[in-house]
Design a protein around this ligand. Structure first.
Ligand code: HEC
Length: 485
């Protein structure tokens, strides 16, 4: 018995129990610490889960364009418990975004970013961005059509940035379009760079949380003194049970985590992970869709079609992130606690409502792209009308603009084809099989009858950006003229 105690004493000395781990684990937290404070530790536990499942997935995954897709199939069908492993990793990504977001929201509403916790908040914002980056880079790895197109659309966005835009997009893709280099890049960033950064920031964040204590609102207290260490003071209410980090808080956090984990487990058993054909498969009329937590951004883009796309794709997101970083310096005074802060409460709630609204709109399939189409300001010929119908029906506007408007800028503006001196035959050939003209093409193939291909070509050649007169027809009008050529 005695030697046993001696050994544990010696071990405690070796690991620095008294000066480090011990006080860290057994630290008393404010007795009012609520359940919302468990979101932080629950995020860390989730991250550990993602890390562990990711390591196992990496054992079977192969980041090359001709192997990645099959590797995922192999994991799903052959690897023991592979389906569960991938399910947990797949659904866990969403859970992580949700938990981290909720954690941030509760800090926002509680006002706990105020002095002296500015850095704690800022490191939290960085971690939110890292988690979103993990989701973004991970989305490409299954290498199916969905992954391919979502990445194509999003890596086109930086092109709106003046001067360095092309360079940034090139840097992300490792070339002009998605290829094997993109896949290895995304994999390296997803599996090495971002997790390492996240670990560093988690450590820094936890250190800061400890250094400043949990923010709590006292009667009449203001931001400056609300966070002073009260737990060190002699217990006034010694009848209350102590609330320590270990075991009380960790226990509570584990309950939250286990609840989340059980949901993930359930999903990986019973929910189907959306899976499409392998990237590069040619399909007609493909509609790119992002991961759900990016849907609101995607939807935001559609509110600023054409020339003003950069407002939705760059200005709003960048301003949003800048405001998040600046928050502790903008809103310095005033009390803590959600109920004492009507203005931040109102602003925060409106932002959340906006995001939820845009997300729903995105999923409701509202597609303002191509709702209006610019055509030449004259009576269109029969084939041009047919071409207009096909343009609307096949949703070319999903990737093309006309006169800088009405579509998403994935491909070239189609009102420049006349200036580029394209012939009708060239255009027809291009639309039927883009790869036959341009081997690096990413445009889907449209296997239409010859007459239809020429109708599209005629329509495109009727557009000419150098001629100023054009009029607008709505998609409904365009679709109301489905005469056969
Ligand atoms: C998913 C995106 C996407 C869709 C949908 C799409 N395109 Fe394209 N298109 C592109 C891209 C990107 C290019 C540029 C080079 C390439 O092929 O990758 C392009 C190039 C073209 C070109 C060649 C321009 C030139 O001068 O070489 C034509 C013509 C064209 N598209 C017409 C159409 C038509 C008509 C439709 C609808 C039936 C359509 N596109 C649908 C992405 C798309």
């Amino acid at each position: 018995m005695k030697s046993h105690r001696k050994l544990s004493r010696a071990l405690a000395e070796r690991v620095g129990w008294d000066s480090g781990i011990g006080p860290f684990l057994l630290k008393k937290l404010p007795s009012k610490t609520g359940w919302s404070a468990t979101l932080g530790s629950a995020s860390v536990l989730l991250f550990i889960t993602m890390f562990a499942s990711g390591v196992f997935l990496a054992m079977y995954y192969n980041p090359s364009p001709d192997k990645a897709y099959d590797a995922v199939d192999y994991i799903m069908t052959k690897v023991p418990a592979g389906k569960i492993l991938r399910g947990i990793h797949h659904w866990g990504a969403s859970a992580m975004v949700i938990v981290v977001f909720l954690h941030m929201m509760s800090s926002f509403f509680a006002g706990s970013y105020k002095k002296p916790r500015e850095l704690t908040w800022i490191s939290g914002v960085v971690m939110l961005l890292i988690v979103l980056g993990l989701g973004f880079t991970g989305y490409l790895l299954p290498w199916d059509l969905k992954a391919y197109w979502a990445t194509t659309v999003s890596t086109n966005i930086p092109k709106d940035i003046p001067i360095i835009g092309e360079f940034l997009s090139h840097l992300a893709l490792g070339g002009d379009a998605i290829s094997g280099s993109t896949l290895t890049r995304f994999y390296a960033v997803h599996a090495m760079l971002l997790p390492a950064l996240l670990v560093a920031f988690v450590a820094f964040h936890i250190y800061l949380v400890r250094a400043h204590g949990i923010a709590e609102e006292e009667e009449g207290a203001t931001a400056g003194d609300a966070g002073t260490e009260r737990s060190e003071a002699p217990d006034q209410s010694s009848d209350e049970r102590p609330y320590r980090f270990f075991p009380e808080h960790l226990w509570r956090s584990s309950i939250v985590f286990v609840a989340v984990f059980l949901i993930l487990l359930g999903l990986s058993f019973w929910a189907h992970i959306p899976r499409e054909e392998v990237a590069g498969t040619r399909v007609d009329n493909y509609l790119p869709r992002p991961e759900w937590y990016y849907m609101w951004l995607f939807q935001l883009l559609t509110l600023f079609p054409g020339r003003f796309e950069w407002v939705g794709s760059l200005i709003i997101p960048f301003t949003g992130v800048a405001l998040l970083f600046a928050l502790p310096f903008i809103n310095r005074r005033g009390r803590l606690g959600a109920t004492n802060r009507p203005l931040p409460l109102a602003i925060g709630s409106s932002v959340i409502v906006g995001i939820v609204y845009l997300t729903f709109m995105g999923f409701a399939g509202a597609k303002p792209y191509g709702e209006t189409i610019r055509v030449a300001d004259r009576e269109l010929s029969r084939t041009e009308k047919r071409g207009l119908f096909l343009y609307a029906d096949r949703q070319c506007a999903y990737c093309h603009q006309i006169n800088g408007q009405g579509g998403h800028r994935v491909g070239p503006d189609l009102s420049n084809e006349v200036a580029k001196r394209r012939s009708a035959d060239y255009l027809a050939k291009y639309i039927r099989d883009p790869k036959s003209v341009n081997s690096t093409s990413i445009m889907p193939k449209y296997d239409l009858p010859d007459a239809d291909l020429h109708a599209l070509a005629d329509f495109i050649l009727s557009l000419d950006a150098t001629k100023s007169s054009s009029r607008i027809v709505t998609k409904a009008q365009a679709l109301g003229q489905p005469q056969q050529p």
